[in-house]
Design a protein. Structure first.
Length: 202
């Protein structure tokens, strides 16, 4: 059995050093943001219901985000393993090199949707020149976590299959996401690797 050993200076035996505050390593701008939100009494997610947390996030991003123009925004729905999957496709003003990015929003797998991801996807399209597909994957607690992963995977396969129709290069398809979306990105990449490796083996 392994035992944890704590070294202590003379006279401090048995005294556990205080842990740093969770926000102590944050960028100063993030600290100011959090203090401002606290001072105005913005509801904490831990004190909100799922519906309230989703509503509050939409309101927060609508009132604080910078809106960036793109050439075109399309609303599409594709079939998925658990039912239809809503997606939003952003075509940049100046497309570059046929790149296509499939984007999974953050939100702890519970909050977030196409609306909360809109500012980020507009910025990504405008700054990179890539066409961006935003995926409205299934969330908890209404759905099992794996349903969101399945949706993300299905959306990625759809992007590969329809890249040329979107004016993009199938060899330049990328996937990405923030927070929970980053986790989905990793899981989809692993699944793709397994499928491609199995295909080569045959």
């Amino acid at each position: 059995m392994a035992h944890a050993v704590q070294m202590a200076h003379p006279g401090t035996a048995g005294i556990t050093p205080a842990l740093p505050h969770p926000t102590s390593q944050l960028d100063w701008r993030a600290k100011i943001w959090l203090k401002t939100m606290d001072s105005i009494g913005w509801p904490k997610v831990s004190d909100s219901s799922v519906a309230e947390a989703r509503r509050d996030l939409r309101l927060l991003l609508q009132t604080t985000s910078i809106w960036r123009p793109v050439k075109r925004v399309q609303e599409v729905t594709i079939p998925g393993p658990h039912g239809p999957i809503a997606m939003r496709i952003y075509t940049p003003l100046v497309p570059r090199a046929g790149a296509l990015l499939v984007w999974f929003h953050g939100g702890g797998f519970v909050v977030g949707d196409l609306e909360t991801a809109d500012p980020t996807c507009r910025s990504l399209a405008e700054r990179s020149g890539a066409t961006v597909i935003s995926v409205d994957y299934r969330l908890s607690p209404e759905n099992h976590f794996s349903a969101g992963v399945d949706d993300a995977y299905a959306a990625t396969l759809w992007a590969f299959a329809h890249a040329r129709a979107l004016g993009c290069d199938p060899a330049r398809v990328a996937i990405g996401g923030d927070s929970a979306g980053g986790t989905l990105t990793a899981l989809v990449a692993q699944r793709l690797k397994v499928v491609l490796t199995a295909g080569r083996a045959h």
